[in-house]
Ligand binder design. Structure first.
Ligand SMILES: [Zn+2]
Length: 227
C-alpha cells in the first residue's frame, strides 16, 4: 500500500535513479536540516526515543530503520521515501540533487540500538522532571530555592537516584529532616520514577508534538511525559 496522494499534490521523483553515492552525498549535505524531532519506534513499534531528523535519516540511510508513513503505517527505505516525493508545504530537506520530506516517525530494524541509555540523573534533569515544584507542598519555586530531598534519607541507606530523590523547598526539607515521608507525615505529590523520555524533548512532546505521533504513543504515556 502506498501513501495517498494529497489534493495539494506530491512532486513525484519516481523517474529519478539514485546511486548510493548520490544518496551518501545527499545525507552528508544535510547539515542544514531543520531542527525537527523524529519519533523512533523499536522493532515492535513501541516508541522509545525522540531524535533529531538528521540522525533519523542517517539511521534510515544506513538501513537500520525505515521511515513510517503516519497515514498508512507503510515503512519506507531511504530511496523509497525520496521517491515518494514531497507534499507541498511540509518540512523537507534538500540534498544535493534531491529533496526529502522530513520524517516524523521511523521504525528501527533488527539492530534496535537506539536508545542506548536511560535519562541521566543530574540536578538539571531532576528540576525538569519535578518542574521546579516542591514535591511535598506542591508550590513552585525558583530553581535556587529548591533542594534535593532523599525520600529515604542518606543516613538510613537512601541512594541518590531517580526513585529516591525529589525536589523540596527549604521549609519542607527542614520539616522532613532525617525522617521518611510516613514518619514525618508528609505526602509526596507523586511517586518518583526515572523519566522515560529525554527531558530535552519532554516539553516538545507535551506542547508541540506532530499530530501523527499520537497514533504511536499511547495516551497514558503521553500524559506520563509531563515531568
Ligand atoms: Zn515545600
Amino acid at each position: 500500500m502506498s501513501c495517498p496522494q494529497k489534493s495539494t499534490g506530491r512532486q513525484a521523483h519516481s523517474c529519478v535513479e539514485y546511486s548510493p553515492f548520490d544518496l551518501a552525498r545527499g545525507v552528508l549535505s544535510m547539515k542544514k536540516a531543520p531542527d525537527l524531532p523524529t519519533l523512533v519506534l523499536n522493532k515492535h513499534w513501541t516508541p522509545v526515543h525522540v531524535t533529531a531528523v538528521r540522525h533519523a535519516l542517517a539511521l534510515v540511510f544506513t538501513d537500520r530503520a525505515h521511515v513510517v508513513c503516519p497515514e498508512t503505517f507503510t515503512p519506507y527505505t531511504f530511496a523509497g521515501w525520496v521517491d515518494r516525493g514531497i507534499l507541498n508545504g511540509t518540512p523537507h530537506i534538500r540534498g544535493i540533487n534531491f529533496e526529502i520530506e522530513a520524517p516524523e516517525v521511523i521504525v528501527l530494524g533488527s539492530y534496535d540500538k537506539v536508545p542506548p541509555r536511560g535519562v541521566t540523573f543530574n540536578r538539571r534533569n531532576l528540576h525538569r522532571r519535578d518542574e521546579d515544584t516542591c514535591q511535598y507542598c506542591g508550590a513552585r519555586f525558583a530553581p535556587e530555592r529548591l533542594t534535593i530531598d532523599h525520600v529515604l534519607p542518606v543516613s538510613r541507606g537512601g541512594k541518590t537516584k531517580w526513585e529516591n530523590c525529589v525536589l523540596a523547598c527549604h521549609r519542607c526539607n527542614g520539616r522532613k529532616a532525617d525522617l521518611t515521608p510516613k514518619e514525618a507525615r508528609m505526602k509526596l505529590l507523586k511517586h518518583p520514577i526515572e523519566p522515560s523520555w529525554s527531558p530535552r524533548y519532554a516539553t516538545y512532546i507535551r506542547n508541540n508534538r506532530p499530530e501523527s505521533w499520537e497514533k504511536f504513543i499511547p495516551r497514558k504515556q503521553l500524559e506520563a511525559v509531563s515531568f
